[in-house]
Write a protein that binds this ligand. Structure first.
Ligand SMILES: Cc1cc2nc3c(=O)[nH]c(=O)nc-3n(C[C@H](O)[C@H](O)[C@H](O)COP(=O)(O)O)c2cc1C
Length: 434
């Protein structure tokens, strides 16, 4: 059996994962809707043989609150390129790297989504993946005529039916359905296409899809959501799960739960990869690491951050910046991943300001150190079964990604923990090769 290797991707949305990345001295704030910027990042990631580039997404501007007073106008995260459109352009400027686009199941129609990802799979030669998210923000619902977002239960019930329909539509055409027989006049074999005729609680879709069997057949499925329902969805459908565990033990536990869920759905537990986000801070000496950290702390903007965090912690604006967070704050969390953060904040008697500063630096696990220290940390998580790889979510772009690629990837390759060359042609082949 070949040696187990990491799956590593790069999350390249916007200007980086520091909530004030645009204020970083090396960042050009004007490039976040520049396709040449995304292409440059993807080409660099491809040269390092990364599995994929990943685009997160929201369906509402994220920093439009003026609470607390003065927060409005400070956020860089209100505009971005739409992921599928951007990745279609990236596809034609790259050859091997996977292209993961986030797309919500809460407001769109499965026919559109099935068609878009099948098209991206055709355009890229089998490199497309859909990151399935059941959107939860009130501001997003408001863009689709909903005063209140769907309940957690409904979101996941709808997501399950949504993915079922999408996968069904992807199966509309057999790979060899198109015969193009000019002599007989037969363009396709009628026995090799089927309607879906789906009638469910949320959707009615006849089919077939207006896209033929794509290179991967089924584009890869990513999932991000940490509740029991999220894990069940992952176990049923996902090839990879993007997580944000705060520590190694939590990640080991989460990976076990995802693998058990896959087994419950009759799948091999190896068929789903658990890929936590990390924010690397890499420098050649410890002193430089501390300086970089300090810089990232110094650009954080607590006032702006408070306005942004309201979607995860709905009570946050009820406090002043210097109030110590009370125990009741924990129950104001709107997502499963926010809860352990609130618990930590309350346990450490953090003020609102401190929570805002910590959250602004990044919500992924920070791995800071020299290249050898960072590589050793990742190797440790991987070897104890805390994960199958990492989604690198840099503090700022392009610098935070390029430093990781130039300094850490070669060490992982030297240690036989990361591929020196792509194993397969499609994203799915590369994900499963290790
Ligand atoms: C690591 C991670 C990344 C996520 N990325 C997105 C995203 O890009 N867009 C989005 O609308 N929701 C995103 N979500 C939200 C989830 O899809 C889900 O709606 C939310 O976590 C609530 O579900 P849960 O209680 O199962 O965690 C993300 C969640 C996690 C944990």
């Amino acid at each position: 059996m070949s040696k187990r290797m990491m799956n590593i991707g790069a999350s390249i949305r916007g200007l980086g994962y520091n909530a004030s990345a645009w204020r970083h001295p090396e960042v050009d704030p004007a490039v976040q809707e520049s396709i040449s910027f995304y292409i440059e990042l993807a080409q660099k990631a491809e040269a390092a043989k990364l599995d994929f580039v990943f685009l997160a997404d929201n369906l509402a501007a994220t920093s439009m609150s003026d609470s607390p007073k003065g927060a409005l106008g400070r956020g860089h995260d209100n505009v971005t390129l739409e992921p599928l459109t951007a990745l279609a352009a990236v596809a034609v400027s790259t050859k091997r790297i996977g292209l993961v686009a986030t797309c919500s199941t809460s407001y769109q129609q499965p026919f559109h989504v099935a068609r878009q990802f099948a098209s991206l799979d055709h355009i890229s030669g089998g490199r497309s993946a859909w990151n399935v998210v059941p959107s939860y923000r009130q501001t997003e619902g408001a863009n689709f005529g909903l005063a209140e977002p769907l309940s957690h239960n409904e979101r996941y019930e709808r997501a399950d039916e949504f993915v079922t329909v999408v996968k069904g539509l992807w199966g509309s055409w057999d790979r060899d359905a198109f015969v193009y027989d000019k002599k007989s006049g037969i363009f396709f074999d009628p026995g090799k296409v089927r309607a879906l005729n789906h009638r469910g609680k949320y959707f009615e879709v006849v089919g077939p899809l207006t896209a033929s069997h794509s290179p991967q057949g089924s584009p890869a499925i990513f999932q991000a959501g940490e509740s029991g329902a999220g894990i069940e969805l992952a176990g049923k459908f996902a090839d990879a799960v993007y997580t944000v565990p705060l520590d190694k033990d939590a990640s080991i536990k989460q990976r076990k739960l995802v693998r058990q869920a896959a087994a419950r759905h009759g799948r091999s537990e190896h068929s789903v990869k658990v890929i936590p986000g990390i924010q690397p801070i890499v420098a050649t000496t410890r002193k430089e690491v501390d300086e970089k950290f300090e810089l990232l702390r110094s650009i954080a903007d607590p006032v702006k951050e408070m306005g942004r965090l309201i979607v995860q912690f709905k009570d946050i604006t009820k406090f002043d910046l210097d109030d110590v967070l009370p125990v009741s704050f924990i129950d104001s969390c709107t997502t499963s991943s926010a809860r352990p953060i609130a618990e930590k904040a309350v346990a450490h008697r953090w003020t609102v300001r401190r929570l805002c500063q910590e959250m602004a630096i990044g919500q992924q696990r920070i791995v800071a150190g020299t290249p050898e220290e960072v590589a050793a940390d990742l190797a440790d998580w991987f070897s104890v079964g805390a994960c199958d790889g990492f989604n690198v979510s840099p503090s700022h772009l392009p610098g935070g990604l390029f430093e990781f690629i130039d300094q850490v990837i070669p060490i992982l390759q030297d240690r036989g923990l990361f591929r020196p060359e792509y194993a397969g042609r499609t994203l799915r082949e590369n994900l499963n090769a290790s």
